[in-house]
Design a protein around this ligand. Sequence first.
Ligand code: NAD
Length: 515
Amino acid sequence: MIKGFKNAVELDFSVEENRLKMEEAFRQVEAEKGKVYPLIIGGEKIETEKKITSLSPATKEVLGYASSCSRELADKAIQTADEAFLTWSRTPAEERIRCLKRLARLVEQNRFILDAWNVEESGKNWGEADGELCEALDFFNSYAMHMANLDKGLELIPTDEYTKCIYIPIGVGAIIPPWNFPLSICGGMITSALVTGNTVICKPSSDTPIVAYKFVELCLKAGFPEGTVNYIPGAGSEIGDYIVEHPRTRFINFTGSKAVGCRINENAAKVAEGQKWLKRVVAEMGGKNAIIVDSSADIKKAAEGIASSAFTFQGQKCSACSRALVMADVYDELVDEVVKCAKNLKENQGSGASNAPMGPVINKGAYDSITGYIEVARKEGTIVYGGTYSDETGYYIDPTVVRDVDKDARIANEEIFGPVLAIVKVNSFDEALEIANQTEYGLTGSVYSETRENIQKAKVEFQVGNLYFNRKSTAAVVLQHPFGGFNMSGTDAKTGTSDYLTNFLNLKSITEDLN
Ligand code: NAD
């Protein structure tokens, strides 16, 4: 069934043509800076008085202003999506798939401008932005393929009755994405709901409302009818609970922190007056991802994998490594190698909308929280590299390597979501596995080892949704490494798969007596 699917290929920015196109896209972004973005409800563009300011994390300059949605307008958006559901849910899958394929083409045609906005708004580098765009294309193409297959219904045993069992859409979804993958996560969450025949209201992150706006505009241009996809940025505290608790909301697709995910799960469980269903919640949440290095590992390779997982995109990938659990006899060597890699990244650190390996963290809140953890790290271990930061021009934090950290230290157990790596010494592989599994999370994990016995053991005992051996814990590719976490890392929805789409579908079993 997967035959014929090809992952999108990232652009090579060392090719002059690509670099020039990207520079041109940045000029276009420059010309658009400071614009106001309205809500989009039923295709109508509505400007509100209250605004969300989108700031560049690299320079603190204003990129634009998104209209902030009130509860009244959020209600209007849900009613609009509810009405659109009546027609969209009955639109043949073939037509929905056609819209999604058109959307994939439009995203490809707007590749450079989407990449440039992503770089400006989220602070990632060019390669990461384009990698994200490829992931978005992979989501669209995989969901189009899966939907075509699901549309055939469930295979049943033939009898003398007429029977079929078909997948049908369920209703209005509240799409609540994070800021760190403003195109691929937001786009994947929206399109999985649309292609399955549902309608959505999307409340993007207040840090990246412009990328989300550009994407929703493309959805409408691709032919998804007005009202099927509605764009309503707003503060979580103002409309977050409201849209989750609304009686016409049928499901919530959330990706973000554990704290917000738990709150949404709890709020969604309450049955509001007039509500006719139990809401479904897909919640993909945080992580405290560990990489284990045993005595038989290729230490240089392990250090490179750890540093890349911990520090690229400033440690702000949910799959980022933030704990290294290293056997005592290779500990010092591993620490030294990780420091070398961190130093190399730091020396190539960029500023502004650059293509350097490391850039800024997303905002002042994140900067304060991460640098707070660096101060905790000074007490909980020895900082052997980094520990320095500045918010003079943008929110910059150096890659920070902390050694001699106790397994129970805060920096070894709490999600920091920044470029801070805690290295814990272990005396056996069993101890490493025990520590790896001791946090409440279970998202990604890696093991560097040349010992088959250890590898086999970890395959069974390392409790994470995405487990890797002798490679880094980041850079999951659609339909190669289906993504989703265990425990407090989420509901293990495994994005990009056919299983993922069934979260937004009911199965209707139909039987007719032919006698
Ligand atoms: P966050 O939880 O702060 O925000 C996520 C979204 O929830 C935002 O759109 C926010 O506005 C909204 N929100 C806030 N309060 C709300 C409420 N009461 N009701 C409804 N919505 C509300 O997370 P973030 O800072 O945007 O993203 C970083 C987090 O996301 C990290 O914890 C990271 O690990 C996690 N993440 C997980 C995955 C994954 O696949 N597991 C992927 C990316 C990011």
